[in-house]
Design a protein around this ligand. Structure first.
Ligand code: ZN
Length: 145
């Protein structure tokens, strides 16, 4: 169970996280009627020698690429070994559970697992809690919260 408090009247609520099927949940407080938006977004942590970034993942595709002037990726990395469209993290709802996977989009330098094996292009690899993938000089770790 997860606890949260209504943002307006502070009434505490319990949420059964095994029933959460999305990265976002709206709860209407039964006491004061205000709408609380809760985020359960798994976090993607990008760690390199001199930077640490954290993004909250959304349902569907979350794109990862090198930071450029016109980059539109969800996670932009300041890493010269990362391609402009390097990889994608997918969050899907399968059988009422969140399924998270990592896909290399045919990047120039590839994506590697923590055991240093190279991902095959366009294939979905399961992305589990505290696992990581390596793109360029950056380590991408999944945190569920
Ligand atoms: Zn309330």
């Amino acid at each position: 169970m997860k606890m949260f408090k209504c943002g307006s009247c502070k009434t505490p609520y319990k949420i059964d996280e095994t029933k959460i099927q999305s990265t976002q949940l709206t709860v209407n407080c039964s006491k004061c009627g205000s709408k609380n938006v809760l985020r359960f977004g798994p976090l993607l942590i990008a760690q390199s020698k001199d930077s640490l970034q954290q993004v909250s993942l959304k349902m569907g595709a979350n794109t990862i690429g090198r930071k450029t002037d016109n980059s539109k990726c969800d996670l932009m990395l300041n890493d010269e070994y990362v391609s402009k469209q390097h990889a994608t993290v997918y969050i899907e709802n399968l059988d009422n559970k969140l399924y998270i996977s990592f896909v290399d989009n045919g990047s120039l330098n590839g994506t590697f697992t923590k055991t240093k094996s190279k991902l095959k292009k366009d294939l979905k690899y399961p992305f589990l809690q505290d696992e990581y993938f390596i793109v360029g000089l950056t380590k991408l770790t999944l945190k569920l919260n």
